[in-house]
Design a protein around this ligand. Structure first.
Ligand SMILES: [Zn+2]
Length: 118
């Protein structure tokens, strides 16, 4: 019987996903590389020099030229949330892997978050 190449295309297993994006630090690095593939650029003045502001839920970058502060999650679906990046990434993984969709209730149970968060 012929194999459907779409159905049998390689994917990312849960263990492989957790190895790549299991921690907040791994997710922050991945998100930073996705947002600024050639390095940080200030959204206000396009400056490339920045300082990392620590002690925040999500990484914050301050432009050294105009002092504008940009969160790593600003302008993304994650903007304004305090949910750890690793939980966000896991949610995105679970939704992308669910062939027939994923209900908010199922997501709530799997992530251990509240219903409104899910
Ligand atoms: Zn700037």
């Amino acid at each position: 019987m012929a194999m459907n190449r779409i159905q049998f295309q390689p994917g990312l297993s849960m263990p492989a996903f957790l190895k790549l994006y299991g921690t907040d630090a791994q997710c922050a690095v991945a998100l930073e590389q996705a947002r600024w593939p050639v390095g940080f650029h200030c959204p206000r003045c396009d400056g490339a020099a920045y300082t990392r502001v620590r002690g925040r839920t999500h990484p914050l970058f301050q432009c050294q030229a105009c002092r504008h502060q940009t969160s790593l999650i600003a302008g993304t679906v994650m903007q304004g949330t305090k949910l750890p990046l690793s939980v966000w990434f896991l949610a995105i993984y679970l939704i992308s892997q669910a062939k027939t969709g994923l209900s908010a209730l199922a997501l709530m149970r799997q992530l251990g978050v509240s219903y409104p968060t899910a």
